[in-house]
Design a protein around this ligand. Structure first.
Ligand code: DGL
Length: 262
């Protein structure tokens, strides 16, 4: 089992931000990544639909013999991970908006959270938020349209600047000092966001924490790959391969890309 790959899925190309952290922290592990771009965005879908899509992706990763599954999507985690854990024996790692570190560190007592509708309206998010944000103001903003633009390869486009600005401006006016990126697509917006935000606003995402948690669980279950050579990486999309190719341009990890029906 130790030799089996880590399975990772997201609604599209965004979860590669998590995949990158995992390959950095666990270079000897093999990975299989599924970009479910055909059904993106998940953020507008019902909980039932998100669960059905998450089951479909999980079963595909299990066909590859994955030893652990990383749900590299906040929307799928907050809507489906409980049910996935109850259904399958394989361990699951999820991703949630990093509300806790922002709530602990904020000085202005105002924190912005940018995420999908599916994440912000989920029970899991409400529970986490209630637990850590009693004494602070949380400005929750739904990033409508951002995932679509990223999936279309329009990160550095005028449309992106205008849309993102409309979401960020009210947060700046409210004097936030932490911005939590609650969607695994959004780390790709950090260069754009940095142009809009002053140095006083820290941007937090959960990528490194997810990679660390994956390592911890693999260690605990004695599932770390003992080989000393670098891992192999296969990334698949069920839609156009272009956006995945584009988003992986900057990585120095070797990988293969393919189109797959799932
Ligand atoms: N990457 C997903 C997330 O973290 C995107 C959601 C979507 O497809 O709307 O929430």
């Amino acid at each position: 089992m130790q030799q089996q790959p880590i399975g990772i899925f997201d609604s599209g190309v965004g979860g590669t931000s998590i995949w990158k952290e995992i390959t950095r922290l666990l270079p000897q592990e093999d990975t299989i990544y599924l970009a479910d771009s055909k059904y993106a965005p998940y953020g507008k879908r019902s909980k039932t639909e998100i669960l059905e899509l998450s089951i479909k992706n999980t079963e595909k990763l299990l066909e590859f013999g994955c030893k652990i599954i990383v749900v590299a999507c906040n929307t799928a985690t907050t809507n489906a991970i409980k049910e996935l854990r109850a259904t399958y024996q394989v361990p699951f790692i999820g991703i949630e908006p990093a509300i806790k570190p922002a709530a602990i560190r904020t000085k202005t007592k105002k924190v912005g959270v940018l995420a999908t509708k599916g994440t912000l309206s989920s029970e899991l998010f409400a529970k986490t938020s209630d637990q850590y944000t009693r004494n602070i103001e949380v400005l929750e903003v739904i990033g409508t349209g951002l995932v679509e633009l990223i999936e279309d390869g329009k990160i550095d486009s005028p449309e992106m600047y205008a849309l993102l600005n409309s979401y960020i401006d009210p947060m700046i006016k409210k004097n936030i000092d932490y911005l939590v990126l609650g969607c695994s697509h959004y780390p790709y917006l950090i260069p754009v966001l940095q142009k809009m935000l002053s140095d006083q606003v820290m941007i937090i995402d959960s990528g490194q924490a997810v990679a660390k948690q994956t390592k911890t669980i693999l260690e605990t279950l004695n599932l770390l790959n003992p080989k000393s050579q670098k891992g192999t990486h296969s990334l698949y999309t069920n839609s156009n391969i272009g956006p995945l190719e584009e988003i992986l341009k900057s990585t120095d990890v070797d990988y293969t890309l393919g189109k797959l029906d799932f």
